[in-house]
Design a protein around this ligand. Sequence first.
Ligand SMILES: [Fe+2]
Length: 287
Amino acid sequence: MKRKQKKTAHQVCLLGRLMAKLPSTWPVLYPLYLAAQLDTVEETYASSQWPREFDGLKIAFASDIHYGFLLGEERVKQLAERINALHADIVLLGGDYGEHSTGAVKFFQLRPGFKANIAVLGAFGNHDRVLPEENMEKLAQAMRDDGVIPVLNDAYLLSRNGKQIAFASTDDFFNGTPDLEKVAGLCKNADFTVFFPHNPDILPETQDMPGGPFYQLAICGHTHGGQVAVCGKAIKSSSIYRNRFLSGWFKEAGADILVSNGVGTSGLPVRLGARPQIHLLTMKTKA
Ligand SMILES: [Fe+2]
């Protein structure tokens, strides 16, 4: 197995060399090559609502890893090393760890070893919820065994000097049973809530809740930035809102939204116009 994965990494290197020697192969090979890359997007997020007590907190985010073909054990270890090197206080994992629930369990059984100064929290994606309910506890246990706290219709609360921030997520929008009322209730005393459901398609429902969104910042994955996108539009969208939450920063109903291109690929192992990403946000209190 290990030999097979080393071979895959070697093939990616060969792909790069072949493209350098034969530019005519670019249209075919570049999307495969791009799918095996990974950018770290480092940004400062400043808000007057972010409590001064948590000024400078670092949040790392990685979503849509899709462990499997082209993203095997070796790249999972490399990903964990990249994330751990960020020395984040909180690491948020945005779901879709494999191509299906069993793949997600196997992903955590690899023991990637994600590390954070405070906590590593994991949401659940549509691919994590395609098999029967009993796999959910198996997946949650596999997450816990790797030091990840599963956040399923739940909130992780952090208090400091009388101020509280919340990191909350629902179940998956497509394949799960999201409970927005419960999650909103858990966050009601927080001074700032970071909502990290897998799929941004759930966000418009929060805008229809009494008082509007219960969070100040949402961080999501799922769209893969279109995975193959031309002129900012997905060739095949995984969102019911098509390109509304394709990639990057948005502001809706007073809340900030960040949608990541994610790490891996689903279906064909190709990308175009949507580079693979992980993120590091440094949270600042705006004067
Ligand atoms: Fe995904």
